[in-house]
Design a protein around this ligand. Sequence first.
Ligand SMILES: NC(=O)C1=CN([C@@H]2O[C@H](COP(=O)(O)OP(=O)(O)OC[C@H]3O[C@@H](n4cnc5c(N)ncnc54)[C@H](OP(=O)(O)O)[C@@H]3O)[C@@H](O)[C@H]2O)C=CC1
Ligand SMILES: O=C1CO[C@H](CO)[C@@H](O)[C@@H]1O
Length: 349
Amino acid sequence: MLFYWGTKPVPHPAMEYVQLASGQSMPAVGLGTWQSHAGEVERAVLDGLEAGYRHFDTAFNYGNEQDIGRAVGAWLDGGRGKREDLFIVSKLPVFANKPELVEPYLRKSLARLGLQYLDLYLIHGPFGMLADGSGEVLQLSEDGCPTLDPTTDHAAIWKEMERMVDLGLVRSLGVSNFNVDQVRRLCKSARVPVSVNQVELHASLQQRHLVDSCRQLGVAITAYSPLGSPGAQSHFINKYNYSPDNFPDLLGHPLVRELSLKYHKTPGQLLLRFLLELKVAVIPKSANPTRIRENINVFDFELAPEEVEAMRALDRGESGRIFNFFFWKGITKHPEYPFPLPEEPEIIK
Ligand SMILES: NC(=O)C1=CN([C@@H]2O[C@H](COP(=O)(O)OP(=O)(O)OC[C@H]3O[C@@H](n4cnc5c(N)ncnc54)[C@H](OP(=O)(O)O)[C@@H]3O)[C@@H](O)[C@H]2O)C=CC1
Ligand SMILES: O=C1CO[C@H](CO)[C@@H](O)[C@@H]1O
């Protein structure tokens, strides 16, 4: 059995850890950085390090690796800790989902972060698309359609990711936004194990089948958008015209509020603790110093089994999903689009 859940005395005194199939330990609470912009993310990472975070999640397409690298570099140079104390995650962008692009994009991420190696490198999404001429962003038509690359071959990309491990450029490998079939298929051909599947997971989208199946395969789950991503909600509503009616208000949910009052915790802490009880890692994003500290101080209380059950009832299944990627028009036509399609696909107004 590859999966364990335990405690270690450093760095946050009560941090919980996930044992990965690779043999590495991943801190169960990490700092998310999507929408943490230049000018704020450097401070956020430093605040996170001071608060006891050692796990940081970024991606090529968040555009902030350089700023994160500056913060980490300053912390290391200042003698505050050692590289091996950190767990740094980045992701191969969906527009580089081709074997020959793995090494160049990994090297770009490393150069931006100023690191010799990553702790975990994820295939950001199971579907491949084309980049624009700059190679920095997705190629989009005027009406927002990406150019899909239907030839995406996970096993071939993975082989190249394994070579990156052999080269010492990354310690553990994983995927993101993969469904059970895709994870299972990849596990069959993988020489270096699939350590993590990073997926949208919060009280409104609990994905029990995915979590249980991945655990059986020895693949740990990292929950992204663990608070229900208020940031993504406003971004999708404003930029992509999503209907607000489809989004959960987890932080304002009466049960979340009731339980948080009972434990003298905030709704955010309650939502994170609920996910930790399910033995999944969480990577809440915050650029606010108070909330950064708040989100890691979730180890001094536990939910009773009946409270976990009550929280289970908040699961809205597929209708709780925020990241369906419909903002990339035509994405569902990609042969590796991972999610079940709703009967009425038109959830964008
Ligand atoms: N692999 C993938 O495809 C994806 C990965 N991710 C990763 O997961 C991370 C987390 O997901 P994300 O979508 O950002 O959503 P989260 O659920 O982490 O929500 C972040 C939002 O909640 C606010 N917030 C943070 N803490 C609290 C709190 N305690 N109480 C109230 N509000 C709070 C933040 O604002 P403020 O900063 O002002 O505190 C921000 O607006 C990302 O940052 C990214 O690293 C996310 C999406 C997709
Ligand atoms: O991590 C992510 C954050 O949101 C992006 C969309 O705007 C996605 O690229 C991605 O899945």
